[in-house]
Design a protein around this ligand. Structure first.
Ligand code: MN
Length: 245
């Protein structure tokens, strides 16, 4: 049985409509997993979604409501989705508490940070000095800025390199991190580009969009690492059934 990876979609509050870029699903398939899209059906759906999945992929999208990390909204804050925030945060907290493998992409990484008690930079150009351009206008798979990776990290084990070029589609960033998380990669302007929770089996976030770069082994490797971590859950599940017989 292949690991089931639950993907959280974007949510348009006005239209009450979910959407997810196919690239996330294709990346999971390519990495050997089975992608499913998790519906935002309210609080009662969180535990069921959690129980169904061997791993989670938190996708990119809307800004996170700053009230969730104790701040007032900056004028440059973009659209927020309370429905998505509430569901994803609850799901993420379960994953952190029970060791379910989770990969956060862009907003997904920021959400991991907030779930771990961290804060955010609400708008990079307005709130930091001399930033790199993080809202690229180049094609999605095209890498536009460099990052430096901490060598004592799981991220480094996956990527196999200290320096990497990445794409960039964010105006927000992780700021302070809670005590369980560490920053594992930075851009030249000091903006955090990756985080992970060393005490967790697999809780890792990247600020770029590797789902559009899976032609490059290092980027595909992130999804393979998630599926591999999720596969261990499938094995445990299977051996549990054997013991029950
Ligand atoms: Mn960036």
């Amino acid at each position: 049985m292949k690991p089931i990876i639950g993907i959280t979609p974007s949510f348009q509050e006005e239209k009450q409509q979910m959407s997810v870029h196919l690239a996330y699903c294709s990346a999971i398939v390519r990495a050997g997993g089975v992608p499913i899209i998790l519906p935002y059906t309210g609080k009662e759906g969180v535990a069921e979604a959690f129980g169904l999945c061997h791993g989670l992929l938190l996708s990119g999208g809307e800004d996170i409501d700053p009230a969730l990390f104790g701040e007032e909204p900056h004028p440059k804050l973009g659209g927020v989705s309370p429905t998505r925030d509430a569901f994803e945060l609850a799901l993420c907290r379960l994953a952190l508490a029970y060791g379910l493998p989770v990969l956060g992409v862009c907003r997904g990484m920021q959400l991991l940070g907030v779930a771990g008690g961290g804060t955010m930079i609400q708008d990079i150009p307005a709130q930091t000095g001399n930033p790199v351009k993080h809202s690229q206008q180049a094609p999605r798979p095209y890498a536009t800025h460099g990052i430096e990776v901490r060598t004592d990290s799981r991220l480094y084990e996956i990527l196999g390199t200290e320096r990497l070029r990445v794409n960039s589609f964010h105006h927000q960033a992780v700021d302070e991190l809670g005590e369980r998380f560490v920053s594992t990669a930075c851009a030249a302007d000091g903006i955090i580009e990756a985080i992970e929770c060393p005490a967790h089996p697999f809780a890792l976030g990247v600020q770029w969009h590797p789902e559009f770069m899976t032609e490059t082994p290092a980027h595909l490797g992130l999804f393979e690492a998630l599926v591999c971590a999720a596969a261990k859950g499938v094995e445990n599940h299977a051996s549990g059934f054997e013991q029950a017989d």
